[in-house]
Design a protein around this ligand. Structure first.
Ligand SMILES: Nc1nc2c(ncn2[C@@H]2O[C@H](COP(=O)(O)OP(=O)(O)OP(=O)(O)O)[C@@H](O)[C@H]2O)c(=O)[nH]1
Ligand SMILES: [Mg+2]
Ligand SMILES: [Zn+2]
Length: 293
């Protein structure tokens, strides 16, 4: 029996790569269907000549894109085209934290900003740097690429970010022979065209990296409002000083988070986005929730 990692799934056919980089095209044993297991990209599996026969236990699972055993998610936010959005950033951060995966913030297309704009953005992101790694990057000038290469080595990395943010361009810069399809911004709103459509993890140097179709909308369908506070690691850490143990940092008196916003320690935009996400999740109709009976 051999062991390898699933790196691609197209039309029910899995591509598995073993330790010596050899690739095999395999189908899962029919028995998986009865056991309610479906092998996923990223899975470590045992296989014979024709079939995947066993799926190893996963450390985590990401949905949409469906990838197992992810070490970290690189959240790509373009400085411009589309414009940098702290709301999108905070949503992506919360989403990745909810999967208990490590997020890394990459500000892409920094070549499109002038010095003053970039300084201003860097300053606004200083607070985030206490809790997350933040990298400033451009596929045009290649600034930041060494840092990205270093932190992605020996890891299974997933790229996330709005369509047009520059995910495929970053992948092409890391591994030019991948030659992924990128596309021109499609309309005046500066949105891309969802050029990337399927999930595959690519080998580069000594790690794996997955491009994902860009999200235009993030869905918190499986979330509960009172859990969002766990997905803001900064708030979670500071919340030990809230008067109430189960403080949601919205309406409660004696809230340390609100105090720190007022004191200028937590940026107002980070807190406002928290309240925005909290209210958004509150409004999701229970019937759409998979986890509520
Ligand atoms: N100026 C500049 N343009 C960039 C940079 N990176 C990407 N672009 C352009 O931005 C557009 C979108 O880039 P993609 O890499 O296709 O974006 P994506 O995130 O993969 O988009 P989806 O596949 O739709 O999710 C393309 O026209 C790229 O040429 C950059 O660093 N600087
Ligand atoms: Mg793409
Ligand atoms: Zn609080």
């Amino acid at each position: 029996m051999k062991q390898g990692r699933i790196i691609k799934l197209v039309g029910g056919l899995y591509t598995v790569q073993d330790e010596s980089k050899q690739k095999y095209e395999l189908k899962p044993l029919g028995v998986f269907r009865h056991r309610n297991i479906s092998p996923k990209v990223g899975d470590i599996v045992d296989f014979d000549e024709n079939n995947i026969v066993e799926v190893h236990e996963r450390t985590n699972e990401l949905y949409r894109p469906t990838i197992a055993n992810v070490d970290q998610v690189l959240i790509i936010n373009s400085a411009k085209r589309p414009n940098f959005s702290f709301l999108l950033l905070d949503k992506f951060l919360a989403m990745v934290e909810a999967f208990t995966i490590k997020p890394i913030i990459i500000v892409s297309k920094i070549d499109l900003m002038d010095q003053i704009e970039l300084q201003d953005l860097k300053q606004k992101l200083e607070y985030y740097q206490q809790y997350f790694q933040v990298i400033f990057y451009s596929s045009k000038t290649k600034e930041g690429i060494d840092e990205i290469l270093e932190l992605t080595t020996n890891k299974v990395n997933v790229l996330a970010g709005q369509t047009g943010a520059g995910k495929s361009s970053l992948l092409n810069a890391i591994q030019p022979d991948l030659n992924l399809e990128t596309d021109e911004i499609s309309d005046a709103l500066g949105r891309g065209k969802h050029t990337t459509r399927h999930v595959e993890i690519f080998e580069f140097g000594h790690g794996y990296i997955a491009d994902t179709p860009g999200f235009s909308k993030l869905e918190f369908v499986d979330f509960k409002a009172d859990q969002i506070r766990y997905y803001y690691p900064d708030f979670f850490e500071k919340s030990t000083d809230c008067k109430f143990y189960e403080c949601t940092h919205t309406h409660e008196p004696g809230c340390e988070i609100k105090r720190q916003v007022q004191a200028g320690i937590i940026p107002e935009y980070r807190y406002d986005n928290y309240v925005f996400i909290y209210n958004e999740v509150l409004q999701i109709k229970p019937k759409y929730r998979r986890d509520e009976k």
